[in-house]
Design a binder for this molecule. Structure first.
Ligand code: SF4
Length: 183
């Protein structure tokens, strides 16, 4: 797995102050994507054990609420596999900090319906993820300063409750009223 960046402080991609990692590789190629250089699976540099230790050290501060995983596309199979040791280590060290993961895949159809039945590493990965924000970026549904997402088609999903109940559990971002929804 290749990564484009690790940010030691991110307040846009999840609640609270966070550490974030940007993985490389995404086949969706959404119009208006903010990070097209990371479509290439070999962009950036190879992810190593030192990166895992670096992220754990960055998270070892009381003001850090959790880890956000972005891309590129974290749910591309090669990236899921590469991320399992990271999410395992983060949850082992910080069981009370949360992990958010952003994906262009549809969580019900693609992740639960297709990946989970086929791949053990998908199950291993999802066991450690608290929130998934799913859906590709849609330029026509972009609003400035949306909370924790680029376009309002994207959903916030409680992964553990969804896995427990076997039925999709979505959450509010709190700004849905901006496009006619209920916040
Ligand atoms: S899914 Fe995300 S990273 Fe991939 S093209 Fe769309 S906006 Fe860019």
């Amino acid at each position: 797995m290749f990564i484009a960046d690790i940010k030691e402080l991110d307040i846009q991609d999840g609640e609270g102050a966070r550490v974030s990692i940007y993985v490389s590789g995404c086949h969706f190629h959404c119009k208006g994507c903010h990070n097209p250089q990371a479509w290439n699976f070999n962009y950036g540099r190879e992810f190593t054990d030192e990166d895992i230790n670096h992220i754990v050290n960055l998270m070892d501060n009381d003001y850090i609420s959790g880890l956000s995983i972005l891309g590129g596309e974290p749910m591309e199979l090669i990236n899921q596999k590469g991320l399992v040791p990271l999410v395992n280590k983060v949850k082992e060290k910080f069981p009370n900090k949360n992990i958010w993961c952003y994906t262009g895949y549809d969580f019900e159809k693609d992740v639960l319906g297709n990946m989970v039945p086929k791949f053990e590493f998908t199950k291993d990965f999802l066991k450690k993820i608290d929130i998934v924000v799913d859906g590709q970026f849609v330029e026509d549904k972009k609003l400035v300063d949306l909370k924790f997402r680029g376009s309002y088609n994207q959903r916030k999903i409680d992964v553990q409750k969804t896995l427990e109940t076997n039925s999709l559990v979505t959450m509010k971002f709190g700004d849905e009223v901006r496009y006619g929804g209920v916040a």
